[in-house]
Design a protein around this ligand. Structure first.
Ligand SMILES: *Cc1c(COP(=O)(O)O)cnc(C)c1O
Length: 328
């Protein structure tokens, strides 16, 4: 089996959202991976429990990665590296994008996760905005440079997306004591979604991902990670891209740019349940969930998988304030 380095407080809670359930006429539950506990919480802690042993086995003394300025993965990877005595360096961009270049909107260039990156001892090089490919190329260059200086470098891809990450989430599904008609999860690099979709394929539970960015071809990426999981676990689920339920229609203006419906969803969950979402991932997925409940796409027993991301909330402008909210 895959070696695990314990970092998180598991199992995370899973509970009913009493007020929203009765407001909306469904049975709505939430899986609290915002409360994984390690390095301010969120889904990346689970992935790192299986990535860290691989990093340690590589014999490296330095870890290099890349991501958005407000990357939750960089924050938690930094903490994990420092815990085991490794140097950690990363290149970041405010708002990396898919070409063609979108009309630029100011990114979250300071605060939030960057404060925690600093606290966890990360060496961050901030680049100007460019494409995801340029960001990855810059992290390769940084790795080369550090190697030339004599470091033993382990390069970790964007978001820590890997079969180990997907495995962490197929394991996490074993924590669910209840059964659900629908599970809704935010998706970006795809391994969270892949692990959950793989676990529930062949069961009545439908898994739907809401993309944080309108990246084309994500169903291929998620299906391919499910294939890697088949290989790792010796299962034969053979998920195809068409088996992956992925919705890009709530990604808003772009990756890392808050959306109005997302802000409204954040307000609703805060007001009704005292639970906080983040503007980059969970707000958009929760907005998609609310829309799906309204139009009958999601019914019965529904689970929202809260993947965390709280620190980035503090790097963005506050959602429009309003004291009254109505559920249309
Ligand atoms: C990274 C992240 C996601 C997306 O997870 P992936 O496994 O990359 O698809 C969702 N929510 C939060 C808060 C994240 O940090």
């Amino acid at each position: 089996m895959i070696p695990r380095f314990p970092l998180c407080q598991l199992p995370t809670p899973c509970h009913r959202l009493e007020r929203l359930s009765s407001d909306l006429g469904v049975e709505l539950w939430i899986k609290r991976d915002d409360l994984t506990g390690f390095a301010a919480g969120g889904n990346k802690g689970r992935k790192l429990e299986y990535l860290l042993p691989e990093i340690l086995a590589s014999g490296c003394d330095t870890v290099v990665s890349s991501g958005a300025n407000q990357s939750n993965f960089i924050r938690q990877l930094a903490a994990a590296c420092r815990m085991v005595g490794l140097r950690f360096a990363a290149v970041t961009m405010p708002l990396p994008f898919e070409p063609p270049a979108p009309e630029m909107i100011n990114g979250a260039v300071q605060g939030g996760n960057l404060i925690l990156d600093d606290l966890f001892g990360a060496e961050i090089t901030q680049l100007k905005n460019g494409t995801w490919d340029e960001l990855e190329a810059a992290s390769n260059q940084l790795a080369d440079k550090l190697e030339k200086e004599g470091c033993m470098v382990k390069l970790i891809p964007l978001g820590g997306s890997s079969v180990q990450g997907a495995f962490a989430f197929s394991e996490a599904c074993k924590e669910l004591g209840e059964s659900f008609d629908h599970i809704v999860v935010p998706t970006s690099s795809g391994s969270t979604h892949a692990g959950i979709a793989h676990f529930f394929s062949g069961t009545p539970t439908k898994v739907t991902g809401f993309c944080a960015d309108p990246e084309p071809g994500m169903t291929d990426v998620v299906a391919s990670l499910c294939g890697d999981l088949d290989h790792l676990l010796g299962t034969t689920k053979h998920l195809k891209p068409r088996d992956i339920e992925l919705d890009t229609s709530f990604s808003g203006p772009g990756y890392g740019v808050a959306s109005e419906v997302g802000d409204r969803a954040t307000q609703l969950l805060a007001h009704r349940e005292g639970i906080v979402l983040d503007p980059v991932y969970t707000a958009k997925a929760f907005a998609g969930l609310l829309d799906g409940i309204k139009n009958g796409r999601f019914k019965g027993r529904i689970l929202f998988w809260h993947t965390g991301g709280l620190p980035s909330l503090f790097a963005y402008a506050a959602p429009t304030r309003g004291n009254s909210l109505e559920i249309e």
